[in-house]
Design a protein around this ligand. Structure first.
Ligand SMILES: [Zn+2]
Length: 439
């Protein structure tokens, strides 16, 4: 089946200026992209959709998703949900992500061992609707680390997998390799939300981190880490941890190390969670007094300075903001792009490139995902509006008139919008090589 999109104001994911284009999709891939009116005339057997100058851009890619997390900060409660309800919730959240324009997501941790991975498998088999997923193990933590909510007087397990010592890390990592995760997740540092292990504390030992990395890397799998402390970020570099989450308290030495190895690492600060915890969670008890006493002001300030510096040095910094708690809910994930623009010195185009082309690299499909180019998988969005003028429109589901994954419409745009071309301020003639033609 061939689909031709005409009069598309194309943002192709590479950072190139938008231009008016026609895009031909054959099966699951993009067959050709050409300036409007210069295509090879395949209209006869194609379904032609005139999008009327609407924006067409690659599907969004989220770098830190938690489809199996409840809207809940209390990890013990999250652990208590029976696995049957929990699986259904995970599937619903995956679909919600696709509804919001995310055609791919990298999961940061599963809330039970196999939740994210069975949903991934069902989506890949075509039995469930959702984005492409790369899935993690639950967070491996140590006794007294992030998420160890066990109580001394009773047996209890929550969303984390508690390991102590090299042997337990090695065995647990082998266990998750057998189950089929795409990457391991380690909680190397503490967190301001954990009174007994704050963010500057490094909870895991070098040997424990090395054990997981050794097992995962030997099987060709990656490792992702919750790494807030300065030392934890250095451990990520030392052990070749590909995906570094947070990096709030990185020091100069850590910044240098990450920058020197920028081709090996992705950094996803998970900005949304920290921002909303500081500024928008008063109704949930996180008043300015409480967040000040937790140290969220310094944490946010440090995170912002570090991300600006890493971006300047060419490190791949990606949006994906721990959206699951009620004040930072699942589905709002595109708000991270707005945060990148407002706080981290990204232009709207850079934020989009980060969530698309760099996302394709993060998903391990740099030649398949994240750009609208001939040969790439047809994951794309049709938007009524210009995200370069207002990046926040990406958060509004009603903006999306079309969402396509793998060449199949999840949301199908109307066949003709030709009357709208003028509405979107398209002018000038378009010939030959792609040139910016919009004012
Ligand atoms: Zn997270």
């Amino acid at each position: 089946m061939t689909i031709k999109l005409r009069n598309a104001r194309l943002i192709d994911g590479t950072g190139a200026e938008p231009y008016l284009a026609e895009i031909v999709i054959e099966g699951q891939r993009i067959a050709s992209v050409a300036a409007e009116g210069t295509g090879d005339g395949q209209d006869s057997d194609a379904t032609v959709i005139d999008v009327g100058g609407a924006t067409v851009m690659p599907g969004l890619i989220d770098a830190h998703s938690h489809p199996s997390f409840l809207p809940e900060i209390d990890l013990a409660k999250m652990g208590d949900l029976p696995v049957e309800e929990h699986t259904l919730l995970t599937a619903r959240n995956a679909r919600l992500m696709l509804d919001q324009g995310f055609t791919s997501m990298l999961c940061a941790a599963s809330a039970k061992p196999r939740l994210d991975l069975v949903v991934r498998n069902e989506i890949n088999a075509g039995n469930l609707i959702g984005p492409r997923m790369l899935v993690a193990s639950p967070e491996l933590t140590v006794t007294g680390g992030v998420g160890d909510v066990r109580l001394p007087h009773m047996h209890r397990q929550s969303v984390e997998h508690v390991c102590d010592g090299v042997d337990q890390f090695r065995q647990t990592t082998r266990w998750y390799m057998r189950e089929g995760v795409d990457h391991m997740k380690l909680d190397i540092s503490g967190d301001e939300f954990i009174p007994y292990a704050k963010g500057r504390v490094t909870t895991m030992t070098d040997e424990e981190v090395a054990a997981t990395c050794q097992v995962a890397h030997a099987r060709g799998k990656r490792v992702a880490a919750h790494a807030r402390s300065a030392e934890s970020v250095k451990m990520c570099v030392r052990h070749g941890i590909e995906i570094i989450f947070h990096a709030d308290f990185t020091d100069e030495e850590g910044l240098d190390l990450v920058a020197e190895n920028k081709d090996k690492h992705f950094v996803a600060p998970a900005f949304g969670f920290l921002h909303t915890s500081r500024y928008e969670a008063g109704d949930w008890g996180l008043t300015p007094e409480v967040t000040a006493s937790m140290g969220l002001d310094e944490q946010l300030e440090s995170l912002i300075a570090n991300m600006i510096e890493l971006k300047k040095r060419g490190v791949r910094v990606l949006p994906g903001g721990d959206y699951f708690v009620p004040w930072n809910p699942m589905g709002n994930n595109a708000r991270d792009l707005e945060h990148f623009v407002n706080f981290l010195e990204f232009s709207p185009m850079e934020a989009i490139e980060s969530a698309t082309r760099l996302g394709g690299e993060l998903m391990l499909q740099p030649d398949d995902l994240g750009c609208i180019k001939a040969g790439y998988l047809a994951d794309l969005l049709v938007l009524d509006g210009d995200p370069l003028k207002d990046i926040a429109i990406l958060q509004n589901q009603s903006t999306f008139t079309g969402i396509m994954k793998d060449g199949v419409w999840h949301k199908e745009p109307p066949l003709s919008r030709s009357g709208d071309v003028e509405k979107w301020s398209i002018s000038g003639s378009v010939t030959g090589a792609p040139e910016p033609v919009l004012r």
